[in-house]
Design a protein around this ligand. Structure first.
Ligand SMILES: Nc1ncnc2c1ncn2[C@@H]1O[C@H](COP(=O)(O)OP(=O)(O)O)[C@@H](O)[C@H]1O
Ligand SMILES: [Mg+2]
Length: 223
């Protein structure tokens, strides 16, 4: 998700409602410990209790944008477990959805947030592989279309112009022939991307939004 929602980096825990809640929010509390990663819409924290999960926290609007899709497609996206809601106080002014429309919300305002227990993924491996695929695609298309792997990802199975479709097919064959040791990685990304476009045609896929699960399956961590 890359909409203009508030960045939970800028918020800190405010209210705690119940015992259960205190326990779980202690776990997700962004003030207490370093986060694993943050994008425009979410901040992701490790769990202290369970090394296999992370807490992904964002506005309810942001979280509802992916939760069901993840739940219905656990082979394409990290597994998702409990979803909970809480409230936080904004550390800085933030342009965000106020329940009715987007507006500048003042620091100090208490805003609702939603967080989900999500299967922890190895993102480093996927980031490195993307870098390699980037180099390969750049090298192979330097004399014609000047694409990188991001271009491939955005174009694959979405183009209608025959000369581009043909070029993508050739590119695939060239990778197979000239970089056979990386073809498997390329194919793994390609198959996943293809399946993601089936379930979400408008998916906006980027380098830092992929990871491997503990069994070695490549999945998309953010659409
Ligand atoms: N399931 C996960 N396991 C490990 N790290 C994650 C996971 N989900 C997200 N991250 C980390 O948090 C960062 C931000 O999360 P992301 O889902 O991409 O949020 P945003 O929608 O804000 O871009 C990611 O780039 C990644 O580093
Ligand atoms: Mg992201």
């Amino acid at each position: 998700m890359r909409a203009f929602l508030f960045n939970s980096c800028n918020v800190y825990l405010c209210y705690m409602k119940s015992h259960n809640f205190i326990n779980s929010m202690d776990e997700a509390n962004p003030v207490e410990k370093k986060h694993l990663g943050a994008g425009v819409d979410h901040t992701v924290y490790p769990s202290l209790k369970n090394p296999r999960i992370v807490y992904k926290l964002g506005s309810d609007y942001a979280v509802q944008g992916w939760f069901s899709l993840f739940k219905e497609n656990p082979d394409l996206f990290p597994k998702v477990y409990n979803m909970r809601k809480t409230q936080m106080r904004l550390k800085k002014d933030k342009y965000m959805f106020n329940g009715e429309h987007f507006a500048n919300i003042k620091a100090g305002t208490i805003v609702p947030v939603t967080y989900v227990e999500v299967e922890k993924m190895n993102t480093k491996k996927a980031v490195k592989e993307w870098d390699i695929l980037d180099e390969i695609v750049t090298e192979l298309t330097k004399n014609d279309f000047g694409w990188d792997f991001q271009d491939f990802v955005m174009s694959y199975n979405r183009l209608t112009t025959p000369k581009y479709i043909e070029r993508l097919e050739d590119l695939e064959n060239e990778i197979k022939l000239e970089y056979p040791e990386y073809y498997k990685i390329f194919d793994r990304f390609k198959v996943l991307i293809d399946r993601i476009y089936e379930v979400k045609p408008a998916a906006d896929l980027h380098q830092y939004n992929f990871g491997y699960d503990s069994k070695g399956n490549l999945k998309c961590i953010d659409v």
